[in-house]
Write a protein that binds this ligand. Structure first.
Ligand SMILES: Nc1ncnc2c1ncn2[C@@H]1O[C@H](COP(=O)(O)OP(=O)(O)O)[C@@H](O)[C@H]1O
Ligand SMILES: [Mg+2]
Length: 328
């Protein structure tokens, strides 16, 4: 029986410096067996560097990572046969057919003919590529190629799979299909460590970590991150002139009594984050000020934060702490 919350990855104070530059800064976290763990952060925040240390491809400057009960930097050769890795540059051979690519990767993982046959059939089935075996890879759409790449990286039935931005640049329908595949994989007990910057995908992870400038700024389930990390109450403002409203709100925010913590534009809607100790009359007063300044319609209602709200707000406050400037 698999125990609940059995740990697949344990990271302690992991740090990577390139010269004077700290790409990963003293991060600690755990990944539980059988979960989809999302690792989120903007470009250059240290996601790939972290994965490379977990795979033992890169030695940490400080700290350590235990992956499947093996010290990643000391015995990487024991980890690699048990993990799958779809890197950002995962290469499929475009001139080869689907089947030829799978054959190539299966042999690279050391599968014998019989295993290869069985696993290729499983993977074709899983990825929905049955009937496309003889299609040249370059003729597949982006979504199919991602599924083939995933299939190729799990031919050896790894217990743990690292996916580095697997759906970057893929259309939303294909992204959805890709996530359905990930759910199929965890049903078989596989653990998935996935990086993404798509917020809708983040909502589908069992647990998430946010990383920025190499530092971990939040970790937990999507729900707990929303309730714990988000200090304040969020309101959505719907009005006839969002650009004007945004400018006016920025002015109102400058008043130290405003209790406005943050303002963001979401399409034509404005999200306003208030400190916990705001008062209802302040909302009414803001509405009045906007109406007096030329807006014709101003509706303000309380809303639940999305992960995107949380992400942007935590990034901003982390950036203000680290660099004393605003997040753009
Ligand atoms: N081998 C390297 N030498 C020097 N700097 C590096 C190296 N690899 C990554 N970096 C830097 O470390 C930071 C984190 O990179 P990376 O882990 O690739 O970020 P992410 O995957 O989150 O986009 C970036 O600023 C990147 O330029
Ligand atoms: Mg990366």
């Amino acid at each position: 029986m698999v125990e609940e919350h059995q740990t697949t990855i344990q990271v302690h104070n992991l740090t990577k410096k390139f010269g004077d530059f700290t790409a990963v800064n003293n991060i600690s976290f755990q990944v539980h067996r059988g979960e989809i763990f999302g690792f989120l952060g903007p470009n250059g925040s240290g996601k790939t560097t972290t994965i490379r240390m977990l795979l033992g491809l890169l030695k940490p400057s400080l700290g350590e990572a235990q992956v499947l009960n093996v010290n990643a930097s000391k015995q990487p050769h024991l980890i690699r046969p048990k993990v799958g890795y779809m890197s950002q540059q995962f290469t499929l051979y475009n001139d080869l057919t689907v089947l030829q690519n799978l054959n190539f990767y299966g042999r690279a993982y050391g599968l014998d003919n019989k295993q290869l046959q069985t696993r290729i059939n499983d993977v074709l089935e899983m990825a929905g590529l049955v009937g496309r075996e003889h299609t040249r890879t370059k003729e597949l759409s982006g979504g199919w190629r991602q599924r083939l790449a995933l299939g190729a990286s799990i031919l050896h039935q790894p217990e743990l799979v690292f996916l580095d931005e697997p759906t970057a640049g893929v259309d939303p329908v294909s992204r959805r299909a890709f996530w359905d595949l990930l759910y199929q994989l965890i049903k078989d007990g596989v653990t998935i460590f996935v990086t993404t910057h798509y917020m809708d995908e983040a909502e589908h992870c069992h647990r998430l970590a946010f990383i920025q400038y190499g530092q971990l700024i939040a970790i937990g389930t999507p729900q707990s991150i929303k309730s714990d990390t988000f200090e304040g109450d969020l309101f959505e403002l719907n009005c006839d002139q969002p650009a004007l409203a945004l400018n006016l709100l920025e002015d109102i925010k400058k008043n130290p009594n405003s209790e406005i913590k943050d303002i963001g534009l979401y399409g034509a809607l404005i999200h306003i984050l208030f400190n916990k100790n705001y008062q209802t009359k302040q909302i009414k007063s803001i509405q009045k000020q906007l109406l007096n300044s030329g807006l014709k319609q101003v509706d303000i209602q309380s809303i639940q934060p999305t992960l995107e709200d949380v992400f942007i707000t935590s990034m901003r406050s982390a950036q203000t702490l680290n660099h004393g400037e605003n997040y753009e």
